[in-house]
Design a protein. Structure first.
Length: 502
């Protein structure tokens, strides 16, 4: 812990960020595929009851965010949950958290790429009359073969990262305004044409459906950890960090609830193909649902890959639908950029600690970026994006996120016990309630994920343990007694998530 802090103290960044900038940062990283695309998934899983799912997911995130804030203020260094766990719970747990973060970030970048593809394809079609063949713009589970636009955007973002692109705070602010404007216009046009009958039946798939939708829609809220990684650059972190974290979360929650109400009220959100015998509906991102949607020419929000644009067109605002498509097309790449940047940075720190091959932390001589690992990440993200449905990717990513959130919540609890005297610029209020609630919430959401994602997570964790014991443990720098201070390296890559420059 002290070694990690010594590293951090050496590079004291100027404290420039206030509560407002932090909140913008949070919203910039949070609003994305979740609300724009997964609203349709949530509808298929819970019907109008998805309103409750949005609230549940928001609550779990709020509790986790409070725990993050304390860790981030105490250990304000790169690497996020991986570093926090390393400092508190040792190398093996840290390895598992880092390993889970790979699942989280790379797969999330894939999910957002697929979300981007849905909106851009819809925009080309409805705005410009360009019809692309479904075989080439949808993955095999959605009734196509390969999602080329999603691959394209993943490739483009990879290239931007290799040449060292950082997003300026101004660009981030502009994109936030575009996203918020798009959601606001949606709300203003959709909420007044609300038809209360669309809320009946409210929960056609019961509590189980609401839980499942909450586990998926959790994706829409993640990303606020971007705020916690900026701890070192924050003025008066004790006050501003919680405002940034909770503020961005609260704003997103309000927008999300209104958007969800708008979708349900204006176009209806009943799940398709409820089997009266089992009480289950068709699974989102399955060939069966794709076929059922094909039969009704995709005339339901649960069939749409661009739920908000589709809803607008459906209630007569065709051009507004296209503008929402344009907003998503412009703003989502920045979310992909933050995800992939975070991924490469975590790989980089793990490789630097000796747990992954040194080749991973190689720096490009001209661009000063960890190009090797960026390209490896980019290829993986492009492949996920090409072949898997957005909801499945989001759920898999969520499994990793939930694990990391739980680990951080446990870590804050542990360190309150083991090191109560340490200076904490921000203290989580009522930690002995907050942290257990966060942990329980993560467990609840985790077990509400679909079975495939849970099994995949367990396999991933098992592989992670094998790699650790067969490879990483014996090569660990800490394990071999090598202590280094890296942050001063002239070839250190830019800061972690968020890739925001002044
Ligand atoms: N760390 C993550 N898992 N981030 C995923 C963020 C996704 C973002 N909230 C969205 O809706 O697009």
């Amino acid at each position: 812990m002290d070694a990690i802090l010594a590293t951090a103290e050496k590079k004291s960044l100027t404290r420039t960020l206030g509560a407002f900038q932090l909140t913008m940062l949070g919203i910039g990283a949070v609003i994305g595929t979740g609300i724009f695309v997964l609203t349709a998934e949530a509808a298929q899983k819970a019907g109008p009851g998805m309103m409750v799912s949005f609230v549940i997911a928001g609550f779990v995130c709020a509790f986790a965010a409070l725990c993050y804030a304390e860790m981030a203020s105490m250990v304000p260094v790169s690497g996020s949950a991986y570093t926090y766990s390393y400092a508190v719970m040792g190398e093996m747990i840290a390895w598992m958290v880092g390993w889970a973060l790979i699942l989280e970030y790379a797969v999330a970048a894939g999910a957002v790429s697929v979300g981007w593809s849905g909106y851009v394809v819809g925009l080309l079609q409805n705005g410009l009359g360009i019809h692309l063949p479904p075989t080439l713009v949808l993955g095999p589970f959605d009734g196509g073969m390969i999602n080329l636009p999603a691959m394209l955007i993943a490739g483009l973002v990879t290239w931007l990262l290799v040449i060292g692109t950082r997003e300026s705070a101004t660009v981030n602010a502009i994109l936030v305004v575009i996203k918020v404007l798009a959601l606001t216009v949606f709300i203003i046009l959709a909420v007044p044409v609300m038809n209360m009958q669309n809320f009946e039946p409210f929960a056609p798939l019961g509590i189980g459906g609401i839980g499942a939708a909450a586990a998926s829609i959790f994706f829409a809220y993640v990303g606020f950890d971007a705020v916690s990684t900026a701890a070192e650059e924050t003025k008066n972190p004790q006050r501003n960090m919680p405002i940034g974290l909770i503020g961005s979360l609260a704003i997103c929650t309000i927008f999300y609830l209104l958007v969800a109400a708008g979708v349900i009220g204006s176009v209806g959100a009943q799940p398709m193909g409820i089997d009266a015998a089992t009480g289950h509906a068709l699974e989102p991102g399955s060939r069966e649902l794709a076929a059922a949607c094909g039969a009704i020419a995709d005339q339901a929000v649960v069939c749409s890959k661009e739920a908000l644009a589709w809803s607008m067109r459906e209630i007569g605002w065709t051009q507004v639908g296209n503008l929402i498509g344009l907003a998503a097309g412009l703003a989502l790449p920045s979310v992909i950029l933050m995800m992939m940047f975070g991924q490469t940075r975590i790989f980089f720190v793990m490789s630097r600690d000796g747990l992954l091959p040194q080749a991973f932390s190689k720096i490009h001589p001209k661009f000063h970026t960890p190009h090797v690992i960026t390209i490896i990440t980019g290829v993986a993200v492009a492949l996920f994006a090409a072949f898997f449905p957005v909801g499945q990717l989001a759920n898999i990513s969520n499994s990793g996120t939930l694990f990391a959130f739980a680990a951080v919540s446990i870590a804050v609890l542990v360190i309150r016990r083991t090191d109560p005297g340490r200076h904490r610029p921000f203290r989580t209020p009522a930690i002995f309630i907050t942290a257990p609630v966060a942990i329980a919430g993560c467990i609840y959401l985790f077990f509400n994920l679909d079975h495939k994602s849970i099994i995949l997570f367990l396999i991933w964790a098992a592989v992670g343990l094998l790699v650790y014991f067969l490879y990483s443990r014996s090569r660990s720098h800490v394990g071999r007694g090598i202590v280094e201070v890296h942050e001063d390296d002239p070839d250190a890559p830019p800061q972690p998530v968020p890739p925001i420059a002044e």
